[in-house]
Write a protein that binds this ligand. Structure first.
Ligand code: ADP
Length: 476
């Protein structure tokens, strides 16, 4: 089975979020499923400079305003096809934003080019390469299924990593998309009088997936669908959810150079050395009492306003907190003020530090994820893998990956963490105090940590589900 994947980001070359991790991880994970995946990506400056052994596969005299070529090459262990189009992609930094922090003014054309090229490669423009399935990620590639609808091509799967990002543009850009007039319609890209790439993809893809089953249900409702819930309800029969895996080599407490002491589920007592290191790095008092951690973007989506407002109450229960994050200025200021008010009890580092995020997962007792919505979430998966018990909002992928320690789950010996709902101060504080209650019983806590560590959070199961989906599509 040959699958062409198309996306605007791919780890380790270009990353602004979880999308890149998924796109970068799937090819290797799918190899064991008998799926050969090639990835089509824009030839950003950092992609072109990383590509080795380039061969030109196809030349365009004019691809959305300039000459371009499709080139094959390898980088970061991936088999890539890059769109070498300097007029669109040879720019520094972030894939979407210019130096002024604003979207590039030609983003519609930049990602229409990605989508158009994806459709053409899927149709067999490259001699000797005919994919069976075209797998599209997010709005930047979504338009490919509209091109396939009008040009013809193989079956398409569109994966939505976060429905908040839709690729919406004024109707005036439609003329530049090289689509027939019929595409500007209710079953095409038209969206309340403007053009929406994601909407066009959702209307035309043969199948749609999101990154967790709960999020797949949630986006069919007005509260979570961000205006696309009606369309998603209409397409419910082809919508499914597959949770993301994590890289269990990069995230492995038995072999992690970012932490003070490596450990396994059998040597959990070795985590104490990591707790001491967390205390030292975050300026916390030493102690064996419960220590909650947060590793997060500081935004409304992540519920960080609720977290900041709850800090005084949580500290009053005797708990300590360590946080690393960056984001909205008022939240950063609120955290810094709280860590001043509660010196030694709250440690907040404003910044992004991958190594410290590993240490927190290895040394803290819980990892708190109070998101208002969460398509999948990775932080709680790292927590499970590291014996850092997740305390999560009951939404999206958080609800699907953590088993709440309610009485039934505790009695059955299956709980791996704590869920709460709604996302407000009292519910969050209640969940943290439930966690503290179990933490006080060292035996019960150790069992919960071990169950989390034994949970399969690798890509294996998810890759098998994607492979099933591809097979269902080709058989249909
Ligand atoms: P999202 O992609 O919505 O931010 P995820 O939970 O899917 O949320 O992924 C977030 C990733 O970013 C995780 O790998 C998390 O560890 C990491 N991360 C977030 N903030 C920081 C930070 N300040 N320092 C280090 N890692 C961070």
């Amino acid at each position: 089975m040959k699958v062409l994947s198309a996306a605007a980001e791919i780890y380790p070359l270009v990353k602004t979020g979880g999308l890149a991790d998924v796109v970068g991880a799937l090819p290797a994970a799918l190899t064991g499923q008998g799926v050969a995946m090639r990835c089509l990506v824009p030839g950003y400056r950092q992609v072109m400079s990383a590509l080795g052994g380039i061969t030109v596969l196809h030349r365009y005299a004019d691809l959305f305003g300039g000459p371009a070529s499709l080139v094959a090459g390898k980088a970061g262990g991936l088999d890539l096809i890059a769109i070498d189009a300097p007029h669109l992609y040879d720019r520094p930094g972030n894939p979407y934003l210019g130096p002024d922090g604003k979207d590039w003014p030609d983003n519609a054309q930049r990602f229409a080019a990605l989508s158009r090229a994806a459709a053409e490669v899927a149709r067999g423009i490259i001699p000797g390469y005919q994919p069976d399935i075209l797998h599209l990620h997010d709005w930047q590639a979504a338009l490919a299924s509209v091109y396939v609808k009008f040009l013809g091509g193989p079956k398409t799967l569109l994966t939505v990593h976060n429905i908040a990002f839709q690729g919406q543009f004024p109707a005036s850009i439609f003329a530049s998309l090289q689509l027939p007039g019929a595409a500007f319609a209710i079953d095409g890209v038209e969206y309340y009088g403007s053009v929406s790439f994601l909407k066009g993809g959702l209307a035309t893809a043969n199948a749609i997936s999101t990154v967790s089953p709960s999020y797949a249900q949630e986006i069919c409702t007005p509260d979570y669908g961000m205006g696309l819930d009606g369309l998603l309800r209409a397409r419910h029969a082809v919508l499914s959810g597959i949770v993301n895996g994590i890289d269990t080599e990069v995230w492995n407490p038995a072999d992690d150079r970012n932490i003070a002491a490596t450990y396994t589920a059998k040597t959990l007592n070795r985590r104490r050395a990591n707790k001491r290191e967390v205390e030292r790095r975050f300026g916390l008092e030493e102690g064996d009492g419960i220590l909650h951690a947060v590793v997060s973007r500081l935004t409304w989506q992540k519920g960080m306003d609720i977290f900041v407002e709850s800090l005084d109450e949580v500290v009053a229960t005797g708990a300590r907190l360590a946080l690393i994050g960056t984001g909205e200025a008022p939240l950063e200021a609120g955290l810094q003020a709280a860590s001043q008010r509660h010196k030694g009890r709250i440690g907040a580092i404003i910044g992004y530090d991958e190594g410290l995020s590993h240490l927190l997962q290895a040394g803290a007792d819980t990892i708190l994820v109070p998101s208002r919505f969460e398509p999948c979430g990775l932080t709680q998966l790292y927590g499970l893998r590291y014996g850092c018990v997740p305390v999560v909002a009951r939404t999206g992928g958080l609800a699907d990956t953590v088993i709440d320690a309610n009485d039934a789950a505790l009695n059955a010996g299956v709980a791996t963490g704590f869920q709460f709902s709604p996302v407000d101060g009292p519910a969050l504080q209640h969940a943290l105090s439930r966690a503290a209650g179990v933490h006080a019983d060292a035996k019960a806590w150790g069992s919960m940590q071990r169950r989390g560590m034994e949970t399969d959070v690798s890509w294996d199961r998810s890759a098998a589900r994607y492979a099933d989906l591809y097979r269902t599509l080709t058989a249909a």
